[in-house]
Ligand binder design. Structure first.
Ligand SMILES: [Zn+2]
Length: 418
């Protein structure tokens, strides 16, 4: 073997090792962010704060600078939580939280046993069925209905609506997929969302024990750090992603591997990269809290920025970037056509992703309030692969990371092109 080829082989080995190391680090970061001690990065057991401490610690190791002597920007939110185990049984059958059912995020505490009234789905078109249905006594009953009929309720008159709203003790909607959320208030009525396939339609009674804890002022925090630019340091390229997820709901832990441990791990990789390859522009990293509660952390940031928002050359928000089998979508790509074309060209040049799709304005992640303040902000998410979303199946073990490196390359190539 000649020298040249030995060199090529060893270079290849080094390259392989460094790529392998990166994906090993990504997986390890994902596992950490999704580990039990982080409690789904929600509010039960202070999962959000434990995650925030860890992120800040990692950023410090990487060498990110702070703006005001701290990575943290604290703020308060009100949030409804379920720290106690939630139990639902149909007759003798005990349903499993997370898998068979979840509760409405705004549910108050309720416990007891109730008879079930099923929605007669014919009432919307058949007046006789309707009058027979509403002749029943609804008081203290559990009202069970297929979720797809929710829209039809607007056809009922106010008396009928009142009866369902105020006389029943509990609502149960039946779904093909369970999608959980976080609420900043507590509703009047408790709500259970059950999986259709887990429901026993012969059941006449339901036992329920839902214990909610509403926290008026819960302190959480955004995390902000940066790497100083070499020549255009007064202009910022900002990468954002939310680190919070749904947390623990009455014993079911929503750990959010794709949503959004994937985005935070990508911020970590970008931070490692820019720490070793000093950029021309200052690169800022923002890990937002309380996104799942309604973009609260990023909204708070835009109202209390640590530097003038006008200094932001471009902001890229990363949320749900763990797949990519069908490419990526760029929210606001349709608003900033030129930049979108740049992404497409860079993608074509290295044949990175099968598709780069543009979308208009959307209030669906942390870029939104920046856009509203006039910042050029994009939100990138990957498409295809797994369907797990806001459920207990969004786990690191099953997150494919199909185009993780390609997304990373596209992002760094885009910043280079600025
Ligand atoms: Zn989410």
């Amino acid at each position: 073997m000649c020298r040249k080829s030995i060199l090529l082989v060893s270079l290849f080995v080094i390259l392989q090792n460094s790529l392998a190391q990166d994906i090993t680090r990504v997986k390890s970061n994902l596992m950490t962010l999704c580990s039990p001690k982080f409690n789904g990065r929600g509010y039960v057991g202070k999962g959000d704060s434990i995650a925030a401490q860890w992120i800040a610690q990692e950023w410090q190791k990487i060498g990110l600078k702070t703006f005001n002597n701290s990575y943290f920007q604290p703020f308060n939110l009100s949030v409804n939580t379920f720290p106690q185990p939630i139990q639902i049984s149909l007759g003798k059958k005990k349903l499993k939280i997370g898998e068979d059912f979840i509760v409405g995020s705004g549910s108050p505490s309720v416990f007891g046993k109730a008879s079930i009234i099923y929605l007669d789905t014919l009432i919307f078109d058949n007046p006789e069925r309707k009058s027979a249905f509403f002749k029943q006594d609804f008081r203290k009953k559990a009202f069970v209905y297929p979720a797809k009929y929710e829209k039809q309720f607007s056809k009922l008159n106010s008396q009928e609506t009142q009866k369902i709203l105020h006389e029943t003790i509990l609502w149960v909607s039946l779904h093909d997929k369970l999608t959980a959320s976080v609420s900043t208030n507590q509703d009047e009525k408790a709500e259970v969302m059950a999986l259709r396939s887990s429901w026993d339609y012969k059941a006449k009674k339901i036992s329920y024990n839902i214990r909610a804890k509403f926290i008026e002022k819960y302190q959480t925090q955004n995390i902000i750090g940066y790497i100083q630019g070499t020549s255009k340091s007064d202009s910022m390229v900002v990468f954002t992603g939310h680190y919070d997820h749904l947390g623990n709901m009455g014993g079911a832990c929503f750990i959010g591997a794709n949503d959004n441990a994937s985005g935070i791990s990508m911020l970590m990789e970008l931070a490692h990269y820019y720490a070793q390859n000093p950029p021309a522009y200052t690169v800022v990293f923002m890990a937002f809290a309380a996104e799942e509660a309604g973009l609260i952390g990023s909204k708070f940031y835009t109202e209390n920025p640590v530097f003038d928002l006008k200094k932001i050359k471009v902001l890229i928000n990363l949320d749900l970037v763990g797949t990519g089998d069908e490419g990526i979508t760029i929210v606001n790509g349709a608003v900033f056509e030129k930049d979108f074309q740049k992404f497409v060209e860079l993608n074509d040049a290295k044949k990175l992703l099968p598709k780069v799709v543009k979308r208009g304005k959307a209030a669906n992640s942390d870029h939104y309030f920046f856009s509203e303040k006039g910042v050029k902000a994009f939100f990138i998410y990957t498409m295809g692969g797994i369907k797990a979303y806001h459920d207990v199946y969004d786990k690191p073990e099953t997150l494919p990371l199909t185009k993780y490196k390609e997304v990373f390359t596209l992002l760094t190539d885009y910043v280079k092109s600025l």
